[in-house]
Design a protein around this ligand. Structure first.
Ligand code: PEP
Ligand code: MG
Length: 572
């Protein structure tokens, strides 16, 4: 038995056979030179392939509209616009003429160039990369190049756990719902287009697993989408435990459905703040009638993911739609969090010795003050319902806080001077606690701010010196490291002393089984992705945790990652 830890992108539990889905095209791609006389023929083939790809995409959009929803159709509209880009077509044609190569090869080279460009820009562009890969595959399909298939025939015959390096929207559409027990991927984000589509299948989705290294066709596995784990070759005891868990989940569902409109509370009736982590205005709509306590974290990086810096007006409109979407509930907007994993396309970061410990937080504000000034001006103007709370990322000490505050003061001053209308009331200010330094300074920082959000994703990486997303050190990046829990305890104590809100908004808040521990160490506020909200609320409703005082002491008795994993598995 082997347990692989990834990131949960959709809950649920499935047990079955793993089947790899191959998406690589390179080995199959024809590559040959053509003579000057053959160039017009290649250009013709290219034109025909583009036309066929566009038609195929239009068909896909119609299918998406009927079988999925408008959002799915929108995803394929993005691909259609890539295929309709004249510059792209011209670039490929020019390459055929200059290098005298076959059309398929030129297509692959030009797309590769686009993909490279976005890869260098970091994590947030993965989404766009997948869109490019999908659009490219559509063209290659028109040349009869196969771009995706199951590695073993079992995938064609029975429902399987589909494991693949990358998942693109077209792949999701090409694999029928009834063939999928779960999706496991190496790359891909929680909000990537493919993930959004795959989520509509209602099966577990787990991201961040080194698929080819760890999995192969025919392996027996359990995909636990709730905890983001895959249990390969589970032993009898584990299988039995999971079967019981599936039964329990089924029974719970009915109970939670009845309490759907009730705000989050524990089984004993103790009220818990449960908020949403969102990236785009669409997610507020998706949260619909959820009885949430507002937005705990709006990651504004996604709004900066285009080709150019969004203007003040564009930002104003985006913030308005989010703030107006929940006018009576607080919306916590984090100022742009620039870092190695999040670098907008148009930002040229200065050369740095160790970028993972470089440009971030207050240093980013000092490096690009205009960007931050524009963002805060747009936010102040959009705060017509007085429900805005600003959150400063990666604040490590009082000096960092001062830098952010100067931007806030500067934005107010410039708006006043320009006689631009805005809500001039005081705004709640908070900081992200994401470094051990911030933890140790929590009391002092809380004297200055109104609330704290714990960013456990970063806090963990800076505590155990293991970069998030770096598979080489994944073992050390242990999602619930005891050192992290000890740090949480320090921050919670500081929050209690100051009587100010401490909210947990990192990825660990998405794991139901950690909640008895979270509540016991004193956390009363959590912020989770929209799709996790119902599960976490349901878990809280079932917890009688205040009677169970042994959770924390038992937890600290575990000495290794493996012991901690099995401790939580046994409680699940
Ligand atoms: C975190 O670090 O836990 C966090 C919520 O911020 P992000 O994941 O956007 O870095
Ligand atoms: Mg962070």
């Amino acid at each position: 038995m082997k347990i692989l830890g990834g990131v949960s992108a959709s809950p649920g539990i499935s047990e079955g056979i793993v089947c790899l889905y191959l998406s690589e095209t390179e080995k199959l791609l024809p590559h040959y030179s053509v003579s000057s006389e053959q160039v017009p023929k290649e250009l013709n083939r290219l034109r025909e392939a583009f036309d066929a790809a566009k038609q195929a995409m239009e068909r896909m959009i119609r299918v998406a509209e009927t079988q999925f929803d408008r959002e799915a159709a929108e995803i394929f509209n993005t691909h259609l616009s890539i295929l309709s880009d004249d510059d792209l077509f011209t670039k490929i044609s020019e390459l055929i003429k200059a290098k005298k190569v076959n059309a398929e090869h030129a297509v692959s080279d030009v797309f590769e160039e686009y993909v490279k460009k976005y890869e260098d820009k970091g994590e947030h562009f993965k989404e766009l990369i997948h869109d490019f890969v999908d659009a490219r595959n559509r063209i290659l399909n028109a040349f009869n190049v196969e771009t995706g298939r199951f590695k073993c025939p079992i995938g064609e015959r029975q429902p399987v756990i589909v494991a693949t390096r990358i998942l693109t929207p077209s792949m999701v559409m090409n694999i029928p719902r009834e063939s999928v027990l779960a999706f496991i991927t190496e790359e891909g984000g929680l909000t990537s287009h493919a993930t959004i589509l795959a989520r509509s299948y209602g099966v577990p989705i787990i991201l961040g697993i080194e698929v080819e290294k760890n999995l192969d066709c025919g392996m027996h596995a359990i995909a636990d989408g709730s905890s983001g784990r895959i249990i390969v070759s589970p032993d009898k005891k584990t299988r039995e435990r999971y079967r019981q868990k599936i039964d329990k989940l089924e029974k719970r569902k009915g109970f939670c459905e009845v309490k759907r409109s009730l705000s989050a509370r524990t089984g004993e009736g103790r009220r818990i703040q449960l908020k949403l982590n969102i990236n785009t205005p669409g997610e507020i709509e998706a949260a619909g009638e959820f009885p949430h306590d507002g937005v705990g974290l709006l990651r504004t990086e996604f709004l900066f993911a285009g080709d150019t810096v969004p203007s003040e007006e564009e930002q104003y409109n985006m913030y308005r739609s989010i703030l107006d979407g929940v006018p009576k509930r607080p919306v916590t907007v984090r100022l742009l969090d620039i870092g190695t994993d999040k670098l907008p396309l148009y930002i040229e970061a200065p050369r740095q010795v160790n970028p993972d410990l470089g440009l971030r937080g207050a240093i980013a504000v000092e490096t690009f003050p205009e960007i931050y000034l524009t963002q805060v001006r747009a936010l102040l103007r959009a705060n017509v319902n007085s429900n805005l709370r600003v959150l400063y990322p990666m604040v490590s000490d009082l000096g960092d806080l001062k830098t952010f505050r100067e931007i806030l003061a500067g934005a107010r001053k410039s708006l006043r001077e320009e006689h631009i209308e805005f809500n001039d009331e005081d705004i709640s200010e908070g900081i992200m606690i994401e470094t051990p330094s911030a933890v140790m300074m929590a009391e002092e920082l809380l004297e200055e701010v109104d609330f704290i959000s714990i960013g456990s994703n970063d806090l963990l990486q800076y505590t155990v010196a293991a970069a998030r997303g770096n598979l080489l050190v994944e073992k050390r990046y242990h999602i619930l490291h005891p050192a992290l829990v000890k740090l949480l305890e320090i921050v919670i104590r500081a929050g209690k002393k100051a009587k100010k809100e401490v909210c947990l908004c990192g990825e660990i808040a998405s794991f139901e089984e950690f909640y008895p521990l979270f509540l016991q160490v004193g956390l009363r506020c959590f912020s989770v992705a929209v799709f996790k909200f119902p599960d976490i609320k349901c878990e809280l409703l079932h917890l009688q945790t205040f009677r169970d005082k042994s959770v924390v002491t038992d937890f600290y008795k575990n000495k290794s990652k493996e012991e901690i994993d099995s401790y939580f598995m046994s409680r699940a």
